[in-house]
Every structure is written in structure tokens, then in C-alpha cells.
Design a protein around this ligand. Structure first.
Ligand SMILES: [Zn+2]
Ligand SMILES: [Zn+2]
Length: 144
């Protein structure tokens, strides 16, 4: 006969001091945040690769894999497309002066740990960006 696994009983045997640390690690994995992964670069991965509109208003960082993508106001919305396609539910702002996390699963703001630096794009980076790729009528192309 097979004896079923019993994760609850196994967990109950864990020493308290270890349990706290393990729960913290498990939680950051489960919640889609890996604070050890640096951002993919200074700009939206897909826009810089020339995909879709190719320019952004604000930048977002995938808290799980570091993918930098453009925000939902940007014409191509690569950050939320990445989240859906990859199943990475949490983004952080990549804008100077902003520090927040958003969960697409919860459709709400969430708390997060300090991520690997840099925490935002360079202060002197063009916005909208990237420089040279932004059309004259960019404001009319934003999503509301
Ligand atoms: Zn983009
Ligand atoms: Zn990701």
C-alpha cells in the first residue's frame, strides 16, 4: 500500500527558528518576487528590440525575472503582456522616486522586499523614451 505524503506533519517537525526563515523564502518565491535578480537593462526589452510601437512612457520591472517592460499607459504595454505570458504576477516601478509593487493576480498593490539594484532607470533618461523613437503625437497614443 502507498502511504500518502503528509506535508503538514513534516512542517510541524521543523524547528521554529528555521521555519521562519524558510517561510520567508517560500513566500517570496510563491509571490513572484526574486530579490536577487537584477533588472534586464535601462529600457523596455521589447521596445528596444523594435517590436510594436517601440517607445514607452513609464517603465516597470518584473519582480520575478527582472524583465523591464513598458507600462499600461504606453502604446504596447509590454510589462503586463510579459506578466501574462510568463506567469510572473508582480511588477515593481522602475521610475526614479517610485517604490511600489503591483500584483496582477490580486489586482492590487502589494508589499515587496528590496530588489537587486539599480532600482530605477537613469535619472537623465528621456521620457517618453527611448530618445529618437518617440513620435511627435505620442501623447495622443497613450492608453487612458
Ligand atoms: Zn515596450
Ligand atoms: Zn518576468
Amino acid at each position: 500500500m502507498l502511504s500518502p505524503n503528509n506535508p503538514v506533519a513534516m512542517r510541524a517537525r521543523t524547528v521554529d527558528s528555521q521555519r521562519r526563515r524558510r517561510d520567508t523564502e517560500a513566500m517570496s518565491q510563491m509571490s513572484g518576487i526574486d530579490p536577487t535578480v537584477p533588472p534586464s537593462g535601462d529600457g523596455c526589452v521589447e521596445c528596444l528590440a523594435g517590436q510594436d510601437a517601440g517607445w514607452w512612457l513609464n517603465l516597470r520591472r518584473c519582480a520575478q525575472c527582472g524583465h523591464i517592460g513598458c507600462c499600461d499607459s504606453s502604446p504596447s504595454q509590454h510589462a503586463s503582456k510579459h506578466a501574462r505570458a510568463e506567469g510572473h504576477p508582480i511588477i515593481a516601478s522602475f521610475e526614479p522616486g517610485e517604490s511600489w509593487f503591483w500584483s496582477f493576480d490580486l489586482d492590487d498593490a502589494v508589499e515587496g522586499p528590496d530588489l537587486a539594484p539599480p532600482l530605477h532607470h537613469p535619472e537623465d533618461q528621456a521620457k517618453p523614451g527611448p530618445e529618437g523613437k518617440v513620435p511627435a503625437d505620442w501623447a495622443e497614443q497613450l492608453h487612458q
